[in-house]
Structures are given as structure tokens and as C-alpha cells.
Design a protein around this ligand. Structure first.
Ligand SMILES: Cc1cc2nc3c(=O)[nH]c(=O)nc-3n(C[C@H](O)[C@H](O)[C@H](O)COP(=O)(O)OP(=O)(O)OC[C@H]3O[C@@H](n4cnc5c(N)ncnc54)[C@H](O)[C@@H]3O)c2cc1C
Length: 486
């Protein structure tokens, strides 16, 4: 590794606070602030903290020859909320941490919000909501921008407004050469489409410009119930998704979950049901959500269904998120088919029994619908590389989410969860309801989200890489995340 050489050049080229070294306060704070401890366990030789796009460009110009000459490598970090180890951090290399690129601006005339790459969605929501507007972003206000806006992404408004990355109208990108370009429908349109799913493979995005839309209060929240009725939730979800004219205002997440602390406090031994349901208009208790909100028996004290707004709803989700513990996500996608989803929960339940005594265990089987209306927004928005066709919908994304405390339990937790995903894939394939798509942000290292986009889309990404990054800087130099070439 030639990190020491890179560190010396960076220290000579930038103000001292841009390079954080191990043992410094800045290093501990930044490296300790990933969403998953699996990422914080990784220790880079230094963290580089640029404050402007020009500094990112200068960084790339400095490190590009070092990658070419030796085995120097780096990682790109937004807010560090993707749990996948190494995707945004690097052992012994340098982590480029974009957190100081901040200062969201709203252009009301053009209906665009310009978001520097170090922002978090909660602060963006405050800026737009003051003007009666909203934008598609993470449901948790604490989440970063880059991971979502480069990979699809589900927001409260996905059913009506499409994927988060389909709402990006312009990416400001530092290419492998250090040149700063815009990618939009007019300028570098092949790069624009490739960035909508390409993750960290094509450049360092320093600013994301997203379209805004009018949005008032909306209704929703979370409610907890006893899982005897969980199967009914699947049936209600499948019925709603397969209706000829389903609502474009609903956003639903249904989880079968186990939390050691929660279960102990409630004197329970098994999983609970959690529905997070929203109706994105100012309508109290809409009939379309009743199958999800009227479920019984509920734990009334934990029901937060209310008239809310974007800032408030995203704050609630941020409070529910756990940080500073070991965390992993794995996912698959299937058709909105009742038998497939019922079978998937029956695969999850016995696996949960295997891991639920593990210290700090929180585990969830979460279903997130991809309605046809979401998939239909891609084409008019200019396309992406996700390989999802409205004709194949509606779909349901299945996320297995796990939190636990100790490294000694990593292997059993990760292999059990992998076994669940593989068994669900096998069962769905046998039923003819498996969908190849794997959401990049929820994928674990044994999965292949880029390949899941299909041959044609993978080729588009590879072509864009050859054109905009001919030396393969973001392939060889940035090993974390999911890469384009074998
Ligand atoms: C509590 C919680 C809530 C979540 N809620 C949602 C949700 O509502 N909807 C949803 O779809 N997903 C959600 N996710 C998943 C989330 O989308 C991903 O974790 C996402 O990657 C986080 O973005 P980030 O910028 O913090 O990513 P990081 O962890 O910083 O980076 C993720 C990947 O993106 C790359 N990257 C980041 N920024 C850039 C950039 N500017 N240029 C180039 N590459 C970049 C990194 O190199 C890395 O490979 C949630 C996750 C958590 C932990």
C-alpha cells in the first residue's frame, strides 16, 4: 500500500484539517459514525475530508497516478448508512468522506433542489417543506444522499413519484480524470442513465439536483400487532397491489420482526408484526389503508398513526433506527404473489429461532412493495439501469435486516440470513415468481445486484465506465461496493 505517500502529498496540498489520521478526534468521530459497526471496524490509514467540489477534483488528480502505479486504494463515503462492510470504508487505504460538502439550495423557479453530497435527507426536507414542497429521499431523515440517489431508492412518495434516482435531474460528477462534469438528459446522457443504479462505479458525485413537487400534510406512522394475523397482511398487500387501479398515494412496509429487548419487556418469545403505512394526501384514516391499520390485536400504546408531514415522519423513522451496533442487510425480490410470500415467512420463522438467543438480536423480515405505478415512472423520467419493467410488476422486495452485538456471532448470523435469502430464491424460482432484481443498497457481499439488472444494463454500465473512466480508477482503485467487471 502506498497510502503513506498519498497522505504526505495530501497533507502538503491541503489545509491540515482535511486529513484526519488515526488517534485524532476527527478520525474517531468519523470512523465511529457508520450505521453499522461492521463498517466502523474497518480502519483506513487516513480519512480525507474535502470541503468543495474543487478539493474533490484535486484529490482525484493526486491519487489517480498512485492507483495506476501501485496498490493504493480508496473508499467513497456519503453518510455511511449502507451496512455493507467495505462499501464506504477501506482497511489501510484512504476514505474520502464527503460529509463536509453541505449547503442545500432550493431553486423554486426551476422546481429543483440542489443537494451537496454530504447532506442528510432530514435537513433537505426542512428546506423544501418550508415552501410547501417535497422531494423523494430516504424515509429516515438521518440517511445520506449518495447511496440512495445512485441506486434506485424508496421514499414515502415512491408509488406516486418513482424511484429516488429517477427524480435526479442532474448529477455533478468528478470523473476519474478529475474533470468536473454535469450528467443530465442533455449533457453526458449515457453517464446520467448509468448513474441511476451504477453506485460508486462511475465517478464521485458532489451534488445531486432533484425535482421537487407540491406536498402538504399526509397521514401515517407505525403500529405493532401480534403476528397471528401476519398472513392476513400478506393477503391484503397482494390484493391491493394487484388491483386494476391501485392507489398511487399509499406507501406500505410490513415487517415480521424479533427484538430481544422488546420481546423480553413484553414477555414474548416470538416475532411481532410491524406495519408502517402512509397515505400521501391530507386524508385521515383512508379506507385503502384499513386492512393494514385496523389489524387486531394491536399494542395500542405503540400506535403512531397520525396526520404528519415529511420532516416529522422522517424524524420518527430516524429515531427508530439503531446505530453503533453490528448490522447487515440482504434482499431479494419476488412477484406480488401470496403463496410465494407466505412460503418466505415460513422460511424466515425457523431461521429466526436459530439466532434469536444471540446477544442484542434484532431481526426483521420486511416486505416493501414495488407497485406498477413506481416502475412506470422510470421511462418518462429518462430511464435507468435497474432492469425493472412495469410489465413484470407489481413486485415485492424482501429485506432481511439484522442487528446484533458481538463479532463472535458474525458468522452464525450472516450464514443464517444468507440461508434464508437463498431458500426464498429457490422456492420462488420453483414457483416461477422470482425476480432477478436485487436492490444494491440492501444487498450483501454474496449477492450480485449489478448482474441482477440484466446483460444489457450491465453492458451500458461497462460502456460508460470505459468511456468516462478508461483507466478503471473506480474499478481498481475503489474496491468497495459492487463492481462492473469480474
Ligand atoms: C436506518 C436506515 C434507513 C434506511 N432507509 C431507506 C429508505 O427509506 N429507502 C431506501 O431506499 N433505502 C434506505 N436505507 C438504505 C440506504 O439507502 C443505504 O444505506 C444508502 O446507501 C445510504 O446512503 P449513504 O450516502 O449514507 O451511503 P454510504 O454508506 O456512505 O455509501 C453507500 C455506497 O454509495 C457510494 N456513495 C455514496 N455517496 C457517493 C457519492 N456522492 N458518489 C459516489 N459514490 C457514493 C459509496 O461508495 C458506497 O458504495 C436505509 C438504511 C438505514 C441504515
Amino acid at each position: 500500500m502506498v497510502s503513506s505517500q498519498a497522505i504526505e502529498i495530501l497533507q502538503a496540498s491541503f489545509p491540515p484539517d482535511r486529513v484526519a489520521l488515526p488517534a485524532s478526534e476527527a478520525y474517531s468521530e468519523r470512523n465511529g459514525s457508520y450505521a453499522s459497526k461492521l463498517e466502523s471496524d474497518i480502519l483506513p490509514h487516513a480519512i480525507f475530508l474535502p470541503e468543495t467540489t474543487a478539493e474533490v477534483s484535486q484529490f482525484v488528480k493526486i491519487i489517480h497516478p498512485l492507483v495506476q502505479e501501485g496498490d493504493f486504494q480508496f473508499a467513497i463515503r456519503g453518510a455511511g448508512c449502507q451496512p455493507l462492510p467495505r462499501c464506504a470504508n477501506i482497511q489501510n487505504g484512504i476514505t474520502l468522506d464527503l460529509s463536509r460538502l453541505v449547503g442545500t439550495t432550493l431553486d423554486e423557479t426551476q422546481g429543483i433542489v440542489r443537494i451537496p453530497a454530504g447532506e442528510r435527507w432530514g435537513s433537505v426536507y426542512k428546506t423544501v417543506q418550508e415552501k410547501g414542497l417535497a422531494v423523494t429521499g430516504a424515509r429516515s431523515g438521518n440517511n445520506g444522499i449518495g447511496g440512495l440517489a445512485l441506486s434506485g431508492g424508496l421514499s414515502f412518495f415512491g408509488t406516486r413519484e418513482g424511484f429516488i434516482s429517477d427524480n435526479v435531474v442532474n448529477y455533478e460528477v468528478v470523473l476519474a480524470s478529475g474533470e468536473v462534469v454535469n450528467a443530465n438528459r442533455q449533457e453526458n446522457p449515457d453517464l446520467f442513465v448509468a448513474l441511476r443504479g451504477g453506485g460508486n462505479n462511475l465517478g464521485i458525485v458532489t451534488r445531486f439536483d432533484l425535482r421537487t413537487f407540491k406536498q402538504g400534510n399526509f397521514w401515517g406512522g407505525a403500529l405493532f400487532y401480534f403476528p397471528a394475523s401476519f398472513g392476513g397482511q400478506i393477503d391484503a398487500l397482494v390484493t391491493e397491489l394487484n388491483k386494476l387501479d391501485p392507489s398511487e398515494e399509499t406507501h406500505i412496509m410490513i415487517s415480521l420482526f424479533y427484538a430481544e429487548q422488546f420481546s423480553k419487556a413484553m414477555g414474548l418469545d416470538g416475532a411481532m408484526g410491524l406495519n408502517q403505512a402512509y397515505y400521501t394526501q391530507e386524508v385521515e384514516k383512508p379506507a385503502v389503508l384499513e386492512p393494514f391499520t385496523d389489524i387486531q390485536p394491536q399494542i395500542d400504546a405503540l400506535n403512531s398513526m397520525r396526520m404528519t408531514n415529511l420532516v416529522d415522519a422522517a424524524e420518527e423513522q430516524a429515531k427508530q433506527a439503531m446505530t453503533g451496533v453490528r448490522c447487515a442487510y440482504m434482499n431479494t425480490a419476488v412477484k406480488a404473489d401470496g403463496p410465494t410470500l407466505h412460503a418466505a415467512t415460513e422460511i424466515f420463522r425457523p431461521a429466526l429461532e436459530k439466532v434469536k438467543s444471540i446477544d442484542g438480536m434484532v431481526s426483521s423480515f420486511t416486505m416493501q412493495p414495488y407497485p406498477v405505478s413506481l416502475l412506470k415512472r422510470t421511462e418518462p423520467a429518462g430511464g435507468n439501469v435497474l432492469g425493472l419493467d412495469p410489465a413484470d410488476g407489481p413486485l415485492v422486495s424482501i429485506l432481511i435486516l439484522l442487528y446484533w452485538n458481538n463479532q463472535t456471532d458474525d458468522e452464525v448470523v450472516l450464514s443464517t440470513a444468507r440461508g434464508v435469502i437463498e431458500a426464498i430464491d429457490k422456492d420462488a424460482a420453483a414457483k416461477g415468481t422470482l425476480v432477478p432484481y436485487k436492490y444494491l443498497n440492501y444487498a450483501f457481499d454474496f449477492q450480485d445486484p449489478i448482474g441482477s439488472y440484466g446483460q444489457e444494463n450491465k453492458k451500458k454500465l461497462q460502456d460508460a465506465s470505459r468511456k468516462y473512466d478508461p483507466d478503471g480508477l473506480f474499478q481498481k482503485g475503489v474496491p468497495g461496493g459492487f463492481k462492473l467487471f469480474p
